[in-house]
Write a protein that binds this ligand. Structure first.
Ligand SMILES: Nc1nc2c(ncn2[C@@H]2O[C@H](COP(=O)(O)OP(=O)(O)OP(=O)(O)O)[C@@H](O)[C@H]2O)c(=O)[nH]1
Ligand SMILES: [Mg+2]
Length: 368
């Protein structure tokens, strides 16, 4: 099962108490303070790994606790540290923290091996030896251990794809991804064949490649939960280009312009549910239209009208057949060009904002 959203509760371990003890032996009856420090509590760490691709493990177990640090002991023995608890999450997981007035983003694990401490173990208390001063050489106090942290987290998997395929059910999205990549999703002549997103890597000549995502089909009112709803659109948030697949054969009985308009509206209305925002993350992406099933066209005016309509909107329309492969090459070239230009625009914008971004990020990074 594909699970892309979970809530979990994490609590790191408390630090152990420092020890109050004095060294005594026959030859040194007043050997001075020798209470060891308490051990640090264990932390909870999330690490992004390519070996898991869903958050399903967190459905069965929602509460995670790391162990406490042991108390310090006499003879300067430091208490044992608590064990860190490391939880593997898929690459692309965004971590939100639930706070009083909503949710705030805590971390974005985009790269394999990237890790973040989500609850830091409490430090151990100091043993009494640290409290000795020239005037108090036999301190009768030791530090308490510091408490661990508890956080309520919302984990959300947002797939990392460069290009997204959108369209009504049955327009041929899965057929297209199967043609252009090694992905082999289920393809069938009924709506909602695809129930969770599929990723595929498209390799083009000259070492060019990009990742494409096929998400379940949308219908009118998807943002209100119709059909499978728009919950999978969140997986297209990180893409740079969207390809609209429109069925121009007469098999659906629907109008291609109408289909296209409905999907555009759903993209406009889509908002990330994980955090309250007014930003429409998909509507501003570079969009390319692919008129699919041209091998099965029986009414050419459908294609002509769609072409005219997209031209009026300033969008390019490619005629393709995902089944025969006709027109797919030029479509991919256009997708590649759009992807490159989106990347360079983004790099330029990031370059300008880099100084500010660094200044803003004052979240402490703890060594693990
Ligand atoms: N003639 C023709 N049929 C196509 C073409 N592309 C897809 N089909 C057929 O359309 C049907 C639906 O294809 P899918 O690839 O499953 O469609 P989808 O968009 O992934 O559908 P959902 O997963 O339900 O959203 C299948 O029977 C395909 O064989 C095409 O270019 N020409
Ligand atoms: Mg499909």
């Amino acid at each position: 099962m594909f699970v892309d959203e979970v809530d979990i509760h994490v609590t790191s371990g408390d630090g152990g108490r420092g020890c109050l003890s004095f060294h005594r032996e026959k030859s040194a009856p007043r050997g001075g303070p020798d209470g060891g420090d308490g051990g640090a509590g264990g932390s909870i760490v999330l690490v992004a790994t390519p070996h898991v691709n869903t958050l399903i493990a967190f459905r069965f177990s929602r509460i995670y606790k790391a162990t406490k640090g042991s108390h310090g002991e006499g003879s300067n023995r430091t208490g044992k540290s608590g064990k860190n608890l490391t939880l593997a999450v898929p690459v692309g997981t965004v971590v939100y923290e639930e706070v009083d007035d909503g949710r705030v983003q805590f971390a974005d694990l985009r790269e394999a091996g990237q890790r973040v401490v989500v609850a830091r173990g409490g430090d151990g208390g100091k043993g009494n030896q640290h409290f000795a001063t020239p005037t108090n050489q036999a301190p009768r106090r030791a530090g308490k251990g510091y408490p661990g942290e508890t956080r309520l987290l919302h984990l959300r998997l947002k797939l990392l794809a460069d290009v997204g395929l959108v369209g009504f059910p049955n327009v041929g999205k899965s057929t297209l991804i199967a043609r252009i990549s090694a992905a082999r999703p289920k393809i069938a002549n009924y709506a909602f064949t695809t129930l969770s997103p599929n990723l595929g890597v498209v390799s083009m000549s000259g070492d060019r490649s990009f990742v494409v995502a096929d998400v379940p089909g949308l219908i009118e009112g998807a943002h209100e939960g119709h059909g499978l709803g728009d919950r999978f659109l969140g997986h297209l948030e990180r893409t740079r280009v969207l390809v609209h697949l429109v069925d121009v054969s007469s098999s659906t009985g629907r109008d291609p312009i109408e289909d296209f308009t409905v999907i555009r509206r759903e993209l406009d209305l889509f908002r990330d549910r994980a955090v309250e925002t007014e930003v429409a993350p998909l509507a501003t992406k570079h969009q390319i239209v692919a008129a699919n099933k041209i091998d099965a066209i029986d009414d050419p005016t459908r294609l002509e009208r769609l072409r005219k309509h997209t031209a009026e909107l300033g969008l390019t329309c490619f005629d393709v057949s995902a089944v025969t492969g006709e027109g797919v090459g030029p479509l991919l070239e256009a997708v590649w060009a759009a992807y490159q230009s989106a990347k360079s625009i983004e790099a330029e914008a990031n370059g300008n904002a880099e100084g500010d971004a660094d200044a803003d990020d004052d979240r402490p990074v703890w060594p693990v």
